[in-house]
Write a new protein. Sequence first.
Lengths: 265, 264
Amino acid sequence: MSSIIEVDKLNYKNIFKNFSISIPENEFITISGTNKCGKTTLLKILSRDIKINNSIIYNKIYLESYTNNEIYNEIEAVIPSNEINFIFNTVEDELVFVLDNLGLSSEDKVKRLRKIVKVFKINKYMSCNPNNLHRNLRIKVEMALATIAKPKILLLDDVCSMMSKDETKEILDIIKYFKEEENMTIVMTTDNLSETIDSDYLYILRNGKIALEGKPKQILKEDNTINKIGLNLPFMVDLSVKLKDYDLIDDIGLDMDELVNKLWK
Amino acid sequence: MEIVFKGGQFNEFTELNFKIESEYITGITGSGKTEILKLIDCIDYPKGSIYYDDVKLTKKNVNSIRRQVSLVEQEFKTQIFLKTVREHMLFIMKYYRLKINFPEKKMTDSLKIVGLESEYLDKEIDSLSASEKKLIQIAVSLLTNPDIILLDEPFINLDKKNEKLILILINKLKENYKKTIVIASHDSDMLYKYTKKMIFIKNNKVFLTGDTKEVYKRVDYLTKNKFEIPDIVRFTYKVIKEKNVNIDYHRDIRDLIKDIYKHV
């Protein structure tokens, strides 16, 4: 498995000391950790929001050696805490502006716009002013803008933090779509471990270091370490870990129906 | 302090008939929850009637009632020229025209209640962590000696440790300082665990109100109307309904496990 972007012995302020992490191509990677563990900073470094030399390698070359034109639209990020201002008065104009700069035929432009609008289910809001949208809708629009140009890497900073479980599921389905249908590599930070369950690989950071890493379902079994780090275990993990301690089940499961059927046959 | 909404038109809302009981923790969920907090905070002067301990909100008393209510917003908002916590607090006191004889003492006392040292007065707001900011926001809200504290999504951007810290503080404000607390949140797990009463908002109306533990038992009804069900309730409901096992609804996962142990 080759990595598309990697961090090699990064030193940054007093957040990261000799920090390395590798992001494999076309996978959905989640990064979790408590406040101030460095996850947002890491995302800002990967998105070139914070510029760093000699530590970030994108496609085997240092990130800073690419010109803006070369890398434009290849790495896109949605960082809600950055509070960007939209330039245009409607969501549609925002999307069309990005499209116009891609050099597509007008037929392809229409196709791409339709696709994105469908994936994000934002057809109702096309004529709304993006600056007046509610936070969660705004995030969806920002994600639509980030993905319309088919970037190689999509970076998402805790985009679901204020979403309901249904809204979160919708976002996770959208991520899955881009990974599977458009071969994107997606890196998402979150402090809600239940959002990481369906990712391919999970890193848990603590004080700028990787405390745990692996397949989420394996990592989430480390309930003691996770509690010590200060993260909440998702309900189903918490429940099945405790039931296993009581010898009521043999293995940790995340499916509620399955667990209920195991307990009462 | 008890707050009663007695019908009428409230901006975009109609038929707001509900009561927020004194010295309880009440949760509000559904779309429009922030707007309801703003109504209680008298930011807009509504057409409908709102009673604060039987006193009707009027144009005359709006300022004195506003002082008894504090809204802790999602984000720490301050003026661009205010750098330190002290500057921000002094500004708030001036803004609300508070007559405070010993402002310095008032500020340190407020900090003390939220568990912060007086050194925080000289810290720059930008340098604070998310949880410190939330604590400072609550300390600021205490400057007016409010009876009611409204919290809009107070746990956003906070991890488990810090969430607990804020929850302990909220409980302390209710128990020791007799504050009435209203929490607007989308997080059904948290609301179920920590609130006593719930208000569900839908289509600009109050959809359902009642005792938290009781209302969340109406799983089908709430699901049908697109409200989120706490995981622990969803699990218990499934067990009762599909397996005919008579376990109780619990707030704490450890109590649930004990109950499961008794019934398998």
